[in-house]
Design a protein around this ligand. Structure first.
Ligand SMILES: [Zn+2]
Length: 355
């Protein structure tokens, strides 16, 4: 049986990446997390299908992961490699520096504000990924022998733009791997994030000591300020809880309809105003699908127009495809959140995201 026939074997091989010992950088972890996120958003209807991962999209996801992490922590810049600053981190830090005074904005906003600098950064990061972490992801440690279980990596390792273009600017996941990764994502993503946290703690011991938990800094939902989307949502839809329709006066929350811990979507299409009770009760649960449908029923154009007015991403299509990926790969017993105090299993085993 090959890995692609057996999602559990794929999971075990991915976990082996975590066990490889002292990593000198966090890049493989970033690529793995980005692949898991992309797999959820691109889950094929046929579980055995080949899924192509566009390297431009993979690059964006990796940049997005580091984008928020590069803001100072307790006044220090955290290292993410043991051998000084890498090309990748240097490029993303350089881009951040080009967005003065407005650094805690989503990466997509930075792309709008400084498009040329963004493109230069993305080109550098893409070539770095192809040269190093994508080439090495399937090798444990420094070993030269390895089994390609995710994608063919024989052509990777060059950073020639011609070679990358000749391969269609993509890696092709082996049959069944895309679906397996989407199913494994809820299990594996937290494991990769935890390893990432440990690496960053180890690499910054001098600065952090035994200090604080940096998991929230690295992966929390508040890596960007949601003050501007909150204002525009209230202006347009009123200061009313999206879930229970109560008027929200104090303790207004911006809620990620699809939970941030599952899919990192800060776009306006995934944001609603919630009361404190609904927001804290819903927490990291997947919502009942009807809530996501209602969020998108606010209208693609309307959400895009509102997002544009505050220079914010809308991510309508990503919310739609992530919902499809999440609901089509969870099991029927998965608890979903309906309303405060009401968490029930997703009711239909053959659930199809209804859009
Ligand atoms: Zn509420």
């Amino acid at each position: 049986m090959t890995a692609s026939d057996d999602p559990l074997a794929v999971g075990q091989q991915l976990v082996a990446i975590l066990d490889e010992g002292r990593r000198t950088g966090t890049y493989k972890l970033a690529v793995a997390v980005a692949l898991l996120d992309l797999a959820v958003e691109q889950v094929p209807a046929d579980p055995a299908a080949v899924v192509s991962i566009n390297l431009g999209q993979l690059t964006e996801r990796v940049m997005d992961l580091y984008w928020g992490q590069l803001r100072p922590f307790l006044g220090s810049d955290l290292k993410q490699s043991t051998d000084g600053r890498s090309v990748l981190l240097g490029a993303v830090a350089g881009l951040r520096a080009k967005v003065p005074g407005r650094r805690e904005v989503p990466l997509e906003t930075a792309q709008r504000l400084v498009p040329h600098e963004y493109q230069r950064c993305a080109d550098k990061v893409l070539r770095f990924l192809v040269r190093y972490p994508l080439k090495r992801l399937q090798r444990a440690g420094r070993s030269d022998t390895h089994e390609c279980f995710l994608y063919d990596d024989s052509w990777l390792g060059s950073d020639s733009v011609t070679v990358i273009a000749d391969h269609g600017n993509q890696v092709e996941l082996y049959p069944g791997i895309g679906h397996a990764l989407a199913r494994l994502a809820p299990l594996l993503k937290p494991a990769f994030q935890l390893a990432w946290v440990h690496d960053v703690q180890r690499m910054n011991k001098a600065v952090l000591g035994n200090e604080p938990d940096i998991a929230h800094h690295l992966f929390g939902a508040d890596r960007v300020s949601l003050a501007r989307p909150a204002e525009i949502l209230v202006e347009e839809f009123g200061s009313v809880c999206f879930y229970c329709a109560s008027v929200v006066t104090k303790h207004r929350h911006v809620d990620h309809v699809l939970p941030w811990s599952r899919v990192p979507l800060n776009g306006l299409s995934n944001l609603v105003i919630g009361c404190r009770r609904c927001n804290s009760d819903k927490s990291d649960y997947l919502p009942e699908p009807v809530h996501v449908a209602r969020a998108l029923d606010r209208g693609r154009e309307r959400l895009q127009g509102l997002a544009d007015s505050i220079n914010w991403p809308s991510q309508f299509d990503r919310v739609d495809s992530a919902a499809r990926g999440l609901y089509s790969t969870v099991t029927a017993v998965t608890p979903v959140w309906h309303a405060p105090g009401r968490i029930e299993p997703l009711s239909r085993i053959d659930f199809v995201w209804p859009r």
